[in-house]
Design a protein around this ligand. Structure first.
Ligand code: DX5
Ligand code: ZN
Length: 214
């Protein structure tokens, strides 16, 4: 499994240290963008993403928790994102167009759903996305409790991907820790996002290794 630490839980006063942890030990930078409207929280924006990009030696995965994702795809692509995901709930029938827009910048496109959105809602897009992000908490805040329903949702998406012959990856985000990593891997997860479990750990490098080994 690929490990994508979420910088939402990083130490912003010493961001370089946490960026280096990802460079040295993990696989992907997960960057959470919140607008205070799609989710009731505001995180960080372009200055932070651009600063990370200057030091990142691993790909940057931008998770857009914003209304009108189509307005900001270009700026995040130009800021250096290798992967951009948007919430289906924010795009609905425009999802096809948002995926095309992301691909137009040569960036991998992901579609995200919150835990209360039926997985079948995104089945029409599975043939064209590069990854599916299943939230295992409601988007908006780090440090929430992992929702057990996630395993069944991962399996359902995996079964549909297999049925249509898609190699799109499955990413899970929220409350991920070494306690649930193994079972998530068995269910079919390819990318684990973890904020608190990595950056609030005493030894972030060991936490990444523990997630990887499940
Ligand atoms: C939540 C974000 C997550 C968050 C995960 O809305 O999308 O990426 O940082 O944090 P933890 O791993 O602490 O649940
Ligand atoms: Zn996220």
């Amino acid at each position: 499994m690929l490990i994508a630490p979420s910088l939402l839980a990083a130490d912003f006063l010493h961001l370089a240290k946490d960026v280096e942890t990802v460079n040295a030990h993990a696989d992907i930078f997960h960057l959470d963008i919140m607008d205070g409207t799609f989710v009731p929280n505001i995180s960080f924006g372009f200055p932070v993403v651009e600063a990370v990009a200057r030091e990142a030696r691993k790909p940057m995965d931008v998770h857009l928790m914003i209304v009108h994702p189509e307005k900001y795809v270009e700026r995040f692509a130009k800021a250096g994102a290798a992967m951009i995901s948007f919430h289906y709930e924010a795009a609905l029938d425009e999802s096809d167009a948002v995926i095309d827009l992301i691909h137009g910048f040569n960036v991998k496109a992901g579609i995200v759903i919150n835990p209360d959105c039926p997985v079948e809602s995104i089945f029409p897009y599975l043939g064209k996305v590069d990854y599916v992000l299943l939230m295992s908490v409601f988007a908006g805040f780090g440090g929430q409790k992992f929702m057990e329903e996630t395993y069944a949702r991962v399996k359902a998406v995996k079964a549909e991907l297999n049925r249509i012959g898609s190699t799109a990856l499955i990413e899970v985000d929220g409350g991920v820790s070494p306690k649930n990593a193994g079972r998530l891997g068995k269910a079919g997860v390819d990318i684990l996002v973890a904020g608190s479990a990595v950056f609030k750990a005493e030894d972030p490098a060991a936490a990444v290794a523990a997630l990887r080994n499940g």
